[in-house]
Ligand binder design. Structure first.
Ligand SMILES: C[S@+](CC[C@H](N)C(=O)[O-])C[C@H]1O[C@@H](n2cnc3c(N)ncnc32)[C@H](O)[C@@H]1O
Length: 353
């Protein structure tokens, strides 16, 4: 851990592959020892795991890994070396006749940027490393730093790099990534272990899931949860082919929580996303929230992200201070929204609103 405090903001990597064989298990055939070796390079380990008929979900010592037949999603926090996983994952996929067709790397702004190792001290350097790790066939590439200008916390930007073999997005999926800082102190207490409770990391995790209300965010999800000692929490939710994940750094002064879920553009039968987000954010009652929505198809952005704004304002008193939209060839559209509580906002001129 950095001397300053634990870096909660995750680095996130998504690798999507195409396959030339008909094995429906695809990347799920990668053996655990090989995955463990990749994670060793990244500097994290598996602490808990669950699988269903659609995918494998691993809780890591620093966040989460999801393995689908043709897709890997890995997010890691702290001072981990996430980008060291790109080459070995591409290599392991190749042994199973899978070829990389798209890559997306994203992260927020670190709370302790100076504590990061190279290349994570500069997004430009991170992009160079990602680009060097990718095959030339992924020729549609773009890097962008989405920086809110009228926000009272301008240091919170969203960094995105994408690369794709095709100019059209390859899947009609939506990914929603929520980053929360300055968590409500009372709510954050749920993520500290009680001394002498006689519980292990799994049973303490279950208790945190229930006491915090995380179990009500998606009642259909099977939850694989883990409590760190003396504090901290991670969970993966598994609901059919949908994943969700929450990570919590509850320490005062650098508190942070993230919520992420994947859903389909066309079949949103798993609950209105604005309601799901409201329930997730309500667990933490943070003073600073960002929501990055990435979608591959058309006609999603406006209506749904506006609905999120209306719902967060009505139910949680959060006002959207900034809304940025950017397009990525072959990787869809990203909408980045920043919210703070209505009562807190100082206008750029310094007056209270
Ligand atoms: C891994 S978890 C969740 C990570 C996630 N990115 C986040 O910050 O929300 C991080 C929390 O667990 C605590 N923690 C305790 N032991 C840890 C360990 N061995 N590895 C990582 N975090 C640990 C940290 O102090 C922090 O509060």
């Amino acid at each position: 851990m950095a001397v300053s405090g634990f870096e909660g903001f995750e680095k996130r990597l998504e690798l999507r592959f195409s396959t030339t064989n008909n094995n429906p298990m695809g990347l799920r055939l990668i053996d655990f020892e090989s995955l463990d070796q990749v994670l060793n390079e990244v500097q994290c380990t598996v602490v808990s795991a669950v699988a269903n008929h659609s995918f494998d979900a691993y809780v890591l010592s620093e966040s989460s890994l999801f393995v689908y037949p043709t897709k890997i999603i890995i997010k890691t926090c702290g001072t981990t070396q996430l980008l060291k996983s790109i080459r070995p994952f591409i290599h392991l996929a190749r042994t199973l006749s899978l070829t990389l067709r798209a890559c997306r790397y994203s992260r927020g702004s670190f709370i302790f940027p100076k504590a990061q190792p190279f290349p994570y001290t500069s997004f430009k350097d991170e992009v160079v490393i990602v680009e060097e790790s990718l095959p030339n066939s992924l020729r549609y590439r773009k890097a962008s730093v989405m920086t809110p200008s009228n926000n009272n916390n301008p240091s919170r930007a969203w960094h995105v790099f994408t690369a794709s073999a095709d100019v059209e997005p390859d899947e009609p999926l939506v990914v929603v990534e929520v980053c929360m800082t300055e968590l409500d102190r009372v709510n954050a207490r749920s993520f500290f272990r009680r001394k002498g409770d006689g519980k292990n990391s799994d049973s303490a995790g279950k208790e945190m899931t229930r006491l915090s209300g995380i179990d009500t965010i998606n009642a259909n999800a099977f939850i694989c949860d883990f409590a760190f000692d003396p504090c901290g929490y991670s969970m993966n939710g598994v609901d059919g082919d949908r994943y969700s994940t929450i990570h919590v750094t509850p320490e005062d002064g650098f508190s942070y929580a993230s919520f992420e879920c994947g859903l389909s553009l066309y079949d949103d039968g798993h609950g209105d996303i604005s309601e799901v987000l409201t329930r997730a954010i309500d667990v933490f009652r943070p003073d600073c929230v960002s929501v990055a929505t990435t979608y591959g198809g058309e006609d999603y952005s406006h209506e749904v992200t506006k609905r999120v704004e209306r719902m967060l304002a009505k139910k949680l008193g959060l006002t959207c201070r900034s809304r940025l939209v950017d397009e990525f060839p072959g990787s869809g559209t990203v909408v980045f929204q920043s919210f703070t509580p209505r009562r807190q906002y100082s206008s750029p001129e310094g007056g209270e609103q």
